[in-house]
Design a protein around this ligand. Structure first.
Ligand SMILES: NC(=O)c1ccc[n+]([C@@H]2O[C@H](COP(=O)([O-])OP(=O)(O)OC[C@H]3O[C@@H](n4cnc5c(N)ncnc54)[C@H](OP(=O)(O)O)[C@@H]3O)[C@@H](O)[C@H]2O)c1
Length: 313
């Protein structure tokens, strides 16, 4: 089968190659990949040298079930499925991939393969940050810092879905997009400093950026919560080392480690199907241009999601 294989000897680290088609074991589903989206996890793992066993990245797949192992109960051949395989060795930048059934969910007929592949890691990270750690409640004031990418565009829409007043911080080219997703206030970080002169927020969701914890702390309400999802390494190390110190007293700061969850996937895809949230697709690329697509997203300024189409001839 065709696949995009990590090869550290190449300047772009990714090569289009013919490799063995995987064979599902008794507990696996073989998926014929139709679309696969790229996440920061792909390019960050490449940079850190954390390479999957089969050397094929790509976690968020959507496709059709081609074969099932003998213990598979949930799916049958022909089902349209999607899911996040980052906890199962990636493998999505390819014509076929194997996955355990608990990491997959059925794709509703009304949701396209492109939309379905855009959902898993980005939407679940946003959902788990807002709901699980952030304990988001209607009527709260929520700040979303770094709203322009895959996770951020879902976070803005989910925070509105949960009935909050949303202020989103993004770059100049994303202001109109983020406003169109329902944000009540949009701060262009090239023109305005979010930490000066604004209200205090009940929940601060840090998707991206590189600010000190005390800068974020300044904008938190007395019993406010901060949930950090990502961003520059220094802000991540800071919360790992000093988050507890900034959490003494009423304000709390936590770092999220999102987990793949079939239940959460079903929750999100239903919202997509009902038109309550929509995946924002920045660009699509064919499988043989994956290296170019990864190069584009790794510059850190994608607008929503980048999706790869996998042609089968
Ligand atoms: N904790 C977890 O379990 C988990 C899971 C998934 C992802 N993450 C992390 O979440 C972050 C976002 O992931 P993603 O997939 O959404 O990435 P992405 O699609 O590449 O999005 C990056 C976005 O961040 C914005 N951005 C870049 N620098 C910024 C800055 N200084 N201030 C504000 N916004 C900035 C950019 O928008 P502008 O062009 O508008 O600046 C861009 O659209 C990454 O750091 C990733 O590692 C964490």
């Amino acid at each position: 089968m065709k696949a995009v294989v990590f090869d550290k000897k190449l300047p772009e680290h990714l090569a289009n190659r013919e490799v063995e088609k995987p064979v599902p074991n008794a507990d696996e589903v073989l998926v014929k990949v139709v679309t696969v989206s790229i996440n920061a996890a792909d390019y960050r793992s490449m940079r850190m040298g954390s390479i999957p066993k089969r050397k094929i990245f790509g976690s968020d797949i959507a496709g059709r079930v081609e074969a099932v192992g003998k213990n598979i109960q949930k799916f049958k051949v022909g089902d349209e499925v999607f899911g996040d395989l980052s906890s199962y060795g990636f493998g999505g930048f390819a014509e076929y991939v194997t996955a355990p059934e608990n990491l997959l969910a059925l794709k509703p007929a009304g949701v396209s393969f492109t939309e379905a592949a855009a959902v898993p890691m980005a939407a679940l990270t946003a959902l788990q940050g807002l709901r699980n750690l952030g304990k988001i409640k209607p009527g709260q004031k929520v700040l979303i810092h770094g709203a322009g990418g895959g996770v951020g565009t879902f976070a803005v829409q989910l925070a509105k879905y949960f009935g909050t007043e949303v202020t989103a911080v993004c770059g100049p080219h994303n202001v109109d997009l983020i406003r169109s997703l329902g944000a009540d206030y949009v701060i262009d970080y090239s023109k305005e400093d979010f930490s000066i002169g604004g209200p205090l927020y009940d929940l601060v969701l840090v998707v991206n950026g590189n600010n000190s914890l005390s800068t974020y702390r300044r904008v938190m309400a007395p019993k406010g919560k901060l949930v950090m999802l990502g961003g520059g390494l220094s802000q991540i190390f800071n919360i790992m080392l000093f988050g507890w110190l900034h959490s003494l007293g009423g304000k709390k700061m936590r770092l999220l480690a999102a987990k793949a969850s079939g239940e959460d996937l079903e929750f999100i895809i239903q919202l997509v199907e009902e038109g309550k949230i929509k995946p924002i697709i920045n660009k699509t690329f064919p499988l043989d241009k994956t290296a170019e697509a990864v190069q584009y997203i790794s510059q850190g300024h994608a607008r929503g999601k980048i999706v790869i189409n996998v042609p089968h001839v």
